[in-house]
Write a protein that binds this ligand. Structure first.
Ligand code: COS
Length: 385
């Protein structure tokens, strides 16, 4: 749902200009230094990018899903590391709170998240619990006046910058599945919480990831998200359903950027006496990429509209994440191929994007998990469950 097309268009144009004039020229520097310059982060804050999906009553822009997708289709046209800076505040780092927080919890954190003063982070994955998120082992034990958390969370995006973690922990020690999991809002300075060293990654340099380690980490009783035990896993799944649509839009945007880069390269690179764009085998790669990116764009917008209409889009979100993340992998591969030897060299952006996009098929649920979710939902619905 687009509430006011003119306002959205103005926002989209503003973001497109920011991407073109500020982010794309800084891509190489961010990849080299593994950090987004503070000046750019300040500009992101001024543009309201940290609060895109946070409700207006808490100082955000309160975008609908379709509006958020429209915006992601613009800011995704650059290194995914830039999106990560404000991505968790709009997605997995804030949505648990928006969907399941108490009025007081929302009031405490959402205004700071909307401005970017508070960076939110989502702490679900563990060394032994990745795809099988329901088997997580981090424990939360009730103690006088609060909870004691113990466990390690792994590959946590934005953890080095975060001031608030949504931590998923087992509150029912007798359980070994999703039912015994609860969510907690854990502040960075909670006693007993420490961070591991930043992980060294294949790509997406500038987006930082590390372990979050809790050793008798004490949090107050009010840290239990929504004040309810046993809801954590469902909250995590609902957050991921939404996050998967957002990531899908980013995949489409990166694919469109790579198609532009490959097309321009093919039009100016000459071999056998003419631009390689005139060769049909190059054209086939360009055309397949264009058609697939268009399919991705259409399915993400359609699913976002359906979500705004109030439908459960768990299946659609998984379909989008599966198709768009695999699609951008194919597009990046073709973009390198069209660039030939140059595509293997670090001075061309496609070399970096080729590594960056690999993560899309893994985080917020691997392609295999999306397949499992889609098929399981199909079977359930056919069986009338
Ligand atoms: N929305 C709301 N509730 C959901 C849900 C969703 N999308 N998906 C599952 N649930 C609920 C189920 O209805 C069930 O509740 P009831 O027991 O009351 O019926 C509960 O959650 C457990 O669901 P399920 O039995 O399907 O859990 P499984 O342990 O079988 O796990 C998968 C399901 C594999 C789909 C889940 O673990 C998953 O998504 N894994 C990937 C995790 C991931 O994306 N990690 C990335 C890290 S974050 S960057």
């Amino acid at each position: 749902m687009i509430r006011d097309p003119a306002t959205l268009q103005a926002l989209v144009e503003q973001i497109a200009r920011f991407v073109r004039e500020r982010l794309i020229p800084s891509e190489a520097e961010v990849a080299e230094t593994d950090r987004v310059p503070p000046g750019i982060v300040a500009e992101m804050r001024a543009l309201g990018l940290f609060g895109l999906s946070i409700p207006e009553e808490f100082g955000g822009l309160g975008l609908t899903m379709e509006e958020e997708v429209a915006v992601a289709l613009e800011f995704g046209r650059t290194s995914p590391a830039f999106r990560s800076v404000f991505g968790t505040n709009n997605g997995i780092g804030s949505q648990g709170l928006i969907m399941g927080g108490t009025a007081e919890q929302k009031q405490n954190y959402l205004p700071g998240m909307a401005t970017g003063e508070i960076i939110g982070s989502f702490a679900l994955t563990e060394p032994e619990a990745g795809s099988d998120a329901g088997s997580l082992r981090t424990s939360a034990r009730r103690v006088d006046g609060g909870w004691l958390l113990n466990g390690t969370k792994r590959f946590i995006t934005n953890a080095p910058q975060a001031s608030l973690f949504t931590v998923f922990a087992r509150t029912d020690p007798a359980s070994n599945n999703a039912a015994g999991v609860s969510a907690f809002l854990v502040e960075r300075d909670a006693p007993g919480l420490r961070l591991g060293k930043p992980d060294r990654k294949m790509g997406q340099k500038g987006a930082q990831v590390c372990d979050v380690i809790m050793e008798d980490c004490r949090v107050p009783a009010e840290a239990l998200l929504g004040g309810r035990e046993g809801q954590g896993f469902k909250t995590a799944m609902m957050v991921l359903d939404r996050g998967r649509l957002h990531i899908s839009a980013v995949c489409v945007a990166v694919a469109e950027r790579l198609i532009d880069d490959a097309l321009h390269y093919a039009m100016q690179r000459k071999q056998f006496g003419k631009p390689i764009a005139e060769f049909q085998l190059i054209q086939a790669m360009l055309a397949d990429s264009k058609a697939e990116a268009l399919a991705g764009r259409a399915m993400v917008i359609e699913a976002a509209r359906k979500k705004d209409e109030g439908h459960d889009v768990g299946t659609e979100a998984a379909c989008c994440k599966l198709f768009c993340s695999e699609m951008v992998g194919r597009v990046a591969d073709r973009a390198v191929q069209i660039h030939g030897g140059a595509g293997y060299m670090a001075e061309y952006a496609v070399e970096r994007f080729y590594r960056d996009v690999r993560l899309f098929r893994i985080y917020e649920g691997t392609s295999q998990i999306q397949q499992l979710v889609i098929a399981r939902n199909m079977i359930r619905s056919a069986a009338g469950r």
